[in-house]
Design a protein around this ligand. Structure first.
Ligand code: SF4
Length: 64
């Protein structure tokens, strides 16, 4: 089963959208988004959070 690796690159502006869209995975700490989980089995709200990030720093990669 595919797994997915999440990463937040440098440049997060702390807008909070990812946490609002997908609170099970993203949480703001000290004004920056951090990941509650880095490896996920299934993409749900993470895709929407990545698409909506205004600075496009959320990366989702499929792992082998
Ligand atoms: S949506 Fe993007 S810029 Fe906004 S808090 Fe999340 S990672 Fe940072």
């Amino acid at each position: 089963m595919a797994k997915y690796q999440l990463e937040i690159k440098d440049g997060c502006i702390g807008c909070g959208n990812c946490q609002a869209v997908c609170p099970k995975t993203f949480v703001l700490k000290d004004g920056k988004s951090t990941l509650k989980k880095k490896i996920i089995d299934k993409i749900t709200c993470e895709k929407e959070a990545a698409e909506q990030c205004p600075v496009k720093v959320i990366v989702i990669k499929e792992t082998k």
